[in-house]
Design a protein around this ligand. Structure first.
Ligand SMILES: [Zn+2]
Length: 145
């Protein structure tokens, strides 16, 4: 278990390292031969450098996302995406994995039952309407007899 204070400290170290490498990046990317042939290498290097602080790509990516998207609201997130893109994509997939859009009200909801296609409130409404329709049908049948 990491204590809360230690966690703050750890997160700060991850963020500081990221900022430092993000600034250094342009000196590391080799453009002298017209292209940037060591592009992938540099981002791989940044990833590994940050992971020396805490070797958990999932955790590190989460800290950086929270920092860059939340606190700093940074415009440029190239380094994050190029260094931890695989983790970020996996996270997105995981977060959206168990939820779908309700076709009736367009609200994203967690699927809690098998073959659930609508959110719970829309499902209830559909049930009520069906029950009502059945009643009406039954009534009409009785009247024609
Ligand atoms: Zn709905």
């Amino acid at each position: 278990m990491i204590k809360e204070l230690d966690m703050v400290h750890l997160n700060l170290r991850i963020i500081t390292k990221y900022e430092e490498l993000d600034k250094k990046k342009r000196f590391m990317i080799n453009k002298s031969h017209g292209g940037s042939e060591n592009y992938n290498y540099v981002y791989q290097y940044i990833r590994e450098e940050i992971l020396t602080i805490y070797n958990n790509p999932q955790y590190v990516a989460n800290v950086l996302v929270e920092y860059l998207y939340g606190i700093k609201n940074a415009k440029n997130k190239t380094t994050l995406w190029n260094s931890f893109g695989d983790v970020l994509v996996a996270n997105l997939k995981k977060n959206l994995g168990d939820s779908i859009l309700c076709p009736d009200c367009n609200v994203r909801f967690e699927v809690t039952k098998q073959r659930q296609a609508k959110c719970l409130s829309c499902q209830e409404n559909t049930k009520k309407e069906k029950a009502k329709a059945r009643k009406v049908k039954f009534k009409n049948k009785k009247m024609t007899k």
